[in-house]
Ligand binder design. Structure first.
Ligand code: GAR
Length: 206
């Protein structure tokens, strides 16, 4: 499976996916890294692994249709079959969501449908979880639809909230879990163990 990973930041999830692909645990080739941010740490990681990089920032395009068609052309130039969003902080154009319907996933650092939606990213998510007095948090991999964090859930696992947790300590615990579950969630697709029919997702022998 030819995979593109979209990331805006440090790219530790990108790294966990690349590592799983290189070890053979994930039967995929990460062939493209897309970022909106020319200073993102993920770009260095991509270069180290000889993975092509494409920097496209939607905010620089007056015409969003032009941006969407450039992005689509990039994906098709690299014959991308599947897209994984890993800390990508921009909305995905509807054209891409439709073209890759059932073949585009995102990871979110909380137990969706709770603590998702507009404005819920990075430390804000963990702060909201702690302020709500939740007893656990976790990570969720879900298919991407046109909404914010609203597509069908593929895989979700929990971590405990410990006394004295700060948004930073919780973020670190959740991130460790993300590194485990994202490659496993992608493997469900490469191993044909998942069936997505609109909002209904069935995982076989997970
Ligand atoms: C991850 O925790 C990811 O779940 C989160 O950004 C971080 C990126 O870290 N994504 C969101 O908050 C999206 N709503 P990374 O760059 O080290 O993979």
């Amino acid at each position: 499976m030819r995979l593109a990973v979209f990331a805006s930041g440090g790219g530790s999830n990108f790294q966990s996916i690349v590592d799983a692909a290189e070890s053979g645990a994930l039967k995929a080739h990460v062939v493209l890294c897309v970022s909106n941010n020319p200073a993102a740490g993920v770009l260095e990681r991509a270069k180290k692994h000889d993975i092509s990089v494409s920097i496209l920032n939607p905010s620089e395009y007056e015409n969003q249709k032009e941006y969407a068609s450039l992005l689509l052309a990039k994906l098709s130039e690299h014959k991308i079959e599947f897209v994984a969003l890993a800390g990508y902080m921009k909305m995905i154009p509807a054209e891409i969501v439709h073209e890759y319907s059932g073949r585009i996933v995102n990871i979110h650092p909380a137990l969706l449908p709770a603590f998702g939606g507009p404005g819920m990213y990075g430390l804000r998510v963990h702060r909201a979880v702690l302020e709500a007095g939740a007893s656990e948090s976790g990570a969720t991999v879900h298919l991407v639809d046109e909404g914010y964090d609203s597509g069908p859930i593929v895989l979700q696992e929990t971590v405990p909230i410990l006394p004295g947790d700060t948004p930073e300590s919780l973020a670190a615990r959740v991130l460790k879990l993300e590194h485990q579950i994202y490659p496993r969630a992608l493997a469900l697709f490469t191993d044909h163990r998942i069936q997505a029919d609109g909002p209904d997702v069935t995982v076989h022998n997970a």
